[in-house]
Design a protein around this ligand. Structure first.
Ligand code: NAI
Length: 463
């Protein structure tokens, strides 16, 4: 008899899990309250990248004299930017709907709630489905800070920041994490005055510290103002918009802006799922899971942002596949130590494996190799040679522990590094892999050579 899998949540965790379950022969039901594709496709990764693409092109052409471009009367047609973003999203949502249908997945537009091993579904097709396995894939929502003025009009989250009526004249961003930095890059490129307020001493906390400092430096050159070691105290109404009062350790500073975007992290969305009644443990707001993503109740799994392990779309998809494979008696293969992370600034940031800080704090003996992109022809052509590739490898055997890139096409290049770590390759194997010329990927081979001070296109270090 076919096994029945019910999945609550249709984001990149849930819809991928559904397709995999159907491929493995299960009777598969997917419950989604809004649109399939979830946060990533509808109000996250995809719409941001659509707008960022226009922002990058606009900025490049506006400053195109160096490239030999003269553009007169260049302007941004904001409604058209929004329209294109919406078109890309709608097309991808239709694509996911089509894939679910083609795989025979039943989709319910409504909310799912656990009742023992059954799922009660409200919405367009109310039902109660007994299941062999339930996959919770309900995602996350922005953390709401409680501070005076949090409810004033103009205080927005990332969802609202994707659909502003026009390009803001000025923007304060609270939180210098991934969302804060991507929106800073986007709206600064369109000409807004942008201030980022970050409570830690450096932006982008999980990123390799050397790379985070380079990103901050480049964004500062473009005119983004950073206040690090700074906390938001309150927001007040002010002439022309809002005044953010920020404590930097000295006297509080007041920054006026049209909008204040709060991007201080996301929290698992777990309310209304019936977790407590079902006996499912929650720790610090996250659904507790084992290494198979099974909750404290066998047969109920929690994948993606709702288990709070790592809030990235591709991690959710991989966890979804691993969970349904386990539920259906297959041996899943989830490699949690090789998850690339990407940030879509211009140029881009991408990393996989250990940062130098992590290698140090784990007490590992390691070496680093850094290749500045000023020594790479293609990077020089595409973005003035800004950035670098940094490799961290084991001191004794040369195994690759981490790769961190700040430069053009970093988010695509990181795939090679992920595969290298997954295959337990050494720096020597990476260095002797022939990289095509002229490409930015040559810098990966050069960084591997730099571990032994043997980079070809960079002078040897002075002794
Ligand atoms: P985040 O955790 O990346 O960064 C939040 C930042 O806010 C941190 O730097 C933190 O120190 C700072 N912060 C916290 N409280 C603060 C306060 N009171 N005042 C000032 N600063 C404060 O969270 P973010 O950027 O909201 O992103 C949420 C999730 O979405 C992350 O897990 C991220 O990985 C994911 N995401 C991934 C993207 C990608 O892969 N390209 C793009 C956007 C989001």
């Amino acid at each position: 008899m076919k096994k029945r899998i019910v999945i609550i949540g249709g984001g990149p965790g849930g819809y991928v899990a559904a397709i995999r379950a159907a491929q493995l022969g299960a009777e598969t039901h997917l419950v989604e309250a809004e649109h399939v594709g979830g946060t990533c496709l509808n109000i996250g990764c995809i719409p941001t990248k659509a707008i960022l693409h226009t922002a990058e092109l606009y900025h490049a052409v506006l400053n195109g004299a160096l490239l030999g471009l003269k553009a007169e009367g260049l302007s941004v047609d904001w409604p058209a930017v929004m329209e294109r973003k919406n078109t890309v999203v709608a097309r991808l949502v239709r694509g996911v709907e089509g894939l679910l249908k083609a795989n025979g997945v039943s989709v319910y537009r409504g909310r799912g709630r656990l009742n023992g091993r059954a799922v009660e579904i409200s919405g367009d097709k109310p039902a109660v489905l007994e299941a062999d396995a339930v996959i919770l894939a309900t995602g996350s929502e922005p953390v709401r800070l409680r501070f005076p003025g949090a409810d004033l009009p103009g205080v927005i989250d990332s969802t609202a920041a994707l659909s502003l009526p026009s390009i803001p004249g000025s923007l304060v961003i609270v939180g210098g994490g991934v969302i804060g930095v991507e929106f800073a890059a986007m709206y600064r490129a369109f000409g807004a005055a942008v201030t980022v307020v970050e409570m830690l001493p450096e932006i982008l906390p999980p990123v390799d510290g050397e790379i985070a400092a380079l990103v901050r430096g480049e964004l500062a050159k473009l005119g983004v103002r950073f206040l690090t070691g700074a906390r938001l105290q309150e927001i007040r109404s002010a002439a022309g918009g809002l005044a953010a009062v920020v404590n930097t350790g000295d006297a509080p500073q007041e920054i006026t802006a049209q909008y204040v975007l709060v991007a201080v992290g996301r929290a698992p969305r777990i309310d209304g799922l019936g977790l407590e009644a079902a006996g499912i443990a929650v720790e610090r707001g996250r659904i507790k899971v084992d290494d198979r993503f099974q909750t404290t109740i066998p047969g109920v799994y929690a994948i993606g942002d709702c288990n709070g392990q790592i809030m990235l779309a591709h991690a959710a998809s991989a966890q979804g596949i691993a969970a349904v494979e386990h539920a259906l008696g297959h041996s899943g293969n989830y490699l949690g130590h090789v998850i690339p992370a990407c940030i879509y600034t211009s140029p881009e940031v991408a990393g996989v494996g250990l940062t130098e800080e992590a290698a140090r704090s784990q007490g590992l003996e390691y070496k680093t190799g850094v290749f500045p992109l000023a020594g790479n022809g293609k990077a020089l052509i595409e973005s003035g040679g800004i950035g670098q590739v940094k490799i961290i490898s084991g001191a004794r055997h040369g195994e690759i522990l981490g790769v961190h890139i700040f430069g053009p096409r970093a988010t695509d290049l990181i795939g090679e590094a992920a595969l290298a770590i997954r295959l337990e390759a050494t720096v020597d194997e990476l260095a002797t892999t022939i990289h095509a010329h002229p490409t930015v990927s040559e810098a990966i081979g050069e960084a591997a050579l730099a571990v032994t001070d043997a980079a070809i296109h960079w002078p040897p270090p002075r002794r």
